[in-house]
Design a protein around this ligand. Structure first.
Ligand code: GZL
Length: 326
């Protein structure tokens, strides 16, 4: 018998022996009381990675089974994941919709299957009734307003008579992009000092933040932009590397306003390179699983649940230990 075949037989036998000795993980685990199907939209930013960790930790803490599918920024993959959760007959479906539209059909299937849906982090736009039980996530409009109110305060402090604003936006038609833009524009609306000269999509990605900044500088020149309003820290940190390469003093020559509140952005605030960090907590897992627990106990859950959020700015005492990122 060829040596190779002999080796294969030995290896196979070894696997069978070992396989028989170790209990499969399943036999060790106590049966889970609840299985949560979770469609996560991607891993595009530090915020998203922290959000995923928060969901995993909370599911473990509550002893719930968590079936998580990462859609890598593709709505179609989220829809497929939700369909697989329905087929598996999970107890609850949780998902963070990458964009607001296009969910009615799959959510009607979940409704017909009697599986409650919780929206986490982002909202959907629908004319259908009761396609989801609850929304847990930020009030993005208020986040945009906070950014706008900060800018007005900053303009007052600088005695600025005019400021050109360029926006680097998140994923088009996502709730954070739509509402952070709306809240900001409403806050500065009517204030003659401000002109929004451009808005360019960076898709919440750091690499795109760099590209957007290069394009904005090319289009408007280094003296043509006074303020950058960026919808998340990842894009802001990308933009920052371009400003530094160009020898532009961000935080001074150009005011930088960002949203999320990750550690690196807060340290750049403390370094004077970012002026305002609007908080948006990724730690939603505990709230989600608490809601699942209440639903499991028969409570009728309906509504919108926003976490407490604020902002850190260059007007604050940045040595205060409370000024920290996630
Ligand atoms: C906000 C979340 C956004 C973050 C980005 O709740 O949906 O998506 O602001 C993330 O960092 O990519």
């Amino acid at each position: 018998m060829k040596k190779r075949n002999r080796m294969i037989i030995i290896l196979l036998s070894l696997c069978m022996i070992l396989g028989g000795c170790t209990k499969t993980a399943k036999e060790d685990e106590k049966p889970t009381s609840v299985v949560v199907g979770f469609s996560q939209l991607g891993a595009e930013s530090s915020w998203r990675i922290a959000n995923t960790k928060s969901m995993e930790a909370a599911a473990k803490e509550y002893g719930f089974g968590l079936m998580m599918e990462n859609a890598n920024q593709k709505q179609g993959k989220q829809i497929d994941a939700i369909r697989s959760f329905i087929a598996y007959q999970v107890d609850v479906i949780v998902f963070s919709p990458i964009v607001e539209n296009g969910w009615d059909n799959v959510l009607k299937e979940a409704k017909r299957a009697g599986i409650p849906v919780i929206l986490m982090d982002r909202m959907i736009e629908t004319t259908e009734e009761n396609l989801y039980t609850a929304y847990i996530g930020a009030d993005f409009y208020a986040e945009g307003q906070r950014a706008g109110e900060y800018l007005k305060r900053k303009a007052d402090a600088l005695g600025a008579d005019h400021m050109n604003i360029a926006e680097i936006s998140g994923t088009i038609d996502s709730t954070p992009m739509r509402d952070r833009q709306r809240g900001f524009m409403d806050a500065i609306c009517g204030d003659e000092r401000f002109t929004v000269i451009d808005s360019i999509c960076g898709d919440f990605l750091r690499s795109m933040g760099e590209e957007c900044m290069r394009e904005l500088l090319k289009k408007h020149g280094r003296d043509g932009i006074d303020v950058i309003y960026s919808h998340n820290d990842s894009m802001t940190l990308g933009a920052l590397t371009v400003l530094e390469k160009e020898g532009i003093q961000s935080g001074k020559d150009i005011i930088l306003i960002t949203v999320d509140g990750e550690k690196e952005a807060v340290s750049q605030l403390k370094a004077g390179k970012i002026n305002c960090v609007v908080q948006c907590t990724p730690n939603l897992g505990g709230d989600v699983m608490q809601l699942v627990e209440r639903m499991k106990n028969g409570e009728a859950i309906q509504g919108v649940f926003h976490p407490e959020e604020g902002l850190f700015t260059d007007f604050d005492d940045l040595t205060d230990p409370a000024v920290e990122g996630f």
